[in-house]
Design a protein around this ligand. Structure first.
Ligand code: NI
Length: 170
């Protein structure tokens, strides 16, 4: 089922999520909904709070449905190692049309459970490393403008407030 993407400043996006404890059919259905909603919105990553669910879970598919091997579900993910530095432009489905360059680690290793509760480690570089960091930030209640300088962040927040006033921010 396609669910509506929650936009900033909804408080659910700014709260740390709860760990997933039950690996059941409901969780599988949630993952399916997250993929469907992400594809509809043309995203490459989506965190559960972005469809209004405060659970520590995210889905990523850099291939945008082209390669089934690229479909990743990360339950209770943690970054266990990061190295290097990359600076690339980033966006977020919860902050439409807002983009900026964000400093991230170039390579990260993530420990996460799958939908059966099995733990595994995944490694990502470049765009995948960026997606891991962006999505895990979501699970900690952090949006990408929070990773920018105070000046840039304030500029973005002012721009959003203006759009809210004119009804262009939905
Ligand atoms: Ni995002």
């Amino acid at each position: 089922m396609i669910r509506e993407i929650v936009k900033y400043p909804d408080p659910i996006l700014q709260r740390p999520t709860e760990r997933v404890a039950d690996f059941n059919d409901q969780l599988r259905a949630l993952a399916a909904d997250m993929f469907e909603s992400m594809y509809k919105a043309q995203g490459i990553g989506l965190a559960a709070p972005q469809i209004g669910v405060g659970l520590r879970m995210t889905v990523i598919d850099l291939s945008n449905q082209k390669d089934p091997d690229d479909k990743l579900v990360l339950v209770n993910p943690e970054i266990v190692h990061k190295e290097g530095r990359q600076v690339e432009e980033e966006g977020c489905l919860s902050l439409p049309d807002i983009r900026d360059k964000v400093v991230r680690a170039a390579k990260v290793r993530v420990r996460a459970q799958d939908l059966d509760g099995q733990w595994r480690e995944l490694e990502g570089t470049e765009l995948l490393a960026r997606a891991f960091q962006h999505e895990i930030d979501h699970l900690d209640g952090i949006l990408f403008p929070w990773r920018l300088s105070g000046l840039k962040r304030d500029f973005i927040l002012r721009r959003i407030r203006k759009l809210q006033k004119t009804g262009e921010w939905k």
